[in-house]
Design a protein around this ligand. Sequence first.
Ligand code: PGA
Length: 249
Amino acid sequence: MRRKLAAGNWKMNGLRAGLSEIEALAKAHPDPGCDILICPPATLISPARAALTGRGIALGGQDCHVETSGAHTGDISAAMLRDAGATAVILGHSERRADHGETSEAVRLKARAAQAAGLMSVICLGESAFQREATNTLDIIGAQLSLSVPDESTGENLVIAYEPIWAIGSGQVPEPHQIGEVHTFIRARLERRFGSGVGRSVRLLYGGSVKAANASEIFAIPDVDGALVGGASLTAADFSPIVSALESA
Ligand code: PGA
């Protein structure tokens, strides 16, 4: 049985005052019926860890470098995230692929580094609107999946987030059958590559304009094991109903 996962991606949002939102979320879900992961900016991981001691919310980074340490000004290693209190890291988000030219090969190396440091990687895949119209979405997702995911992956150290780029922050959500088609495809690919044991144990998240109003419908889709949520994860008031919808899915 895969444990459901509600993950929040704060992106470049959040000052220390925002820690109260994580604490409020923890208070609202003292004994959560699903895993909860918040990925705030790296500056907030350590203070959030201190504020959350003993509570059932995990913390993650939003990127890491492939090296453990060294002359890489401005970068953060997986070991540093782990040291600050993170247990996971988002990798290959479309905003990083676009803003920083990250390739799937680079994402795979980062994921290996994260896994070696004991972090769970949440690897993001997704097609653009142009790709959905002009080509075969499943070909795009299949190529990203095989290149971005390391061979060492297991159900514990890998989560895949399917995030159509056109759905991120746009209020546009694919039809349930479109999400289902991609998730079923990813599941089949993982089973083929890693065998059914590992392939069936990797959690698959949907991401892109998930809100309280559409969460239950999305969580009812087969092979959707949770969500990666951007805008609606920034406040406990918005994120808590999404967590609740997942707990009862
Ligand atoms: P959104 O972002 O929920 O604000 O659409 C999702 C994401 O980019 O992970």
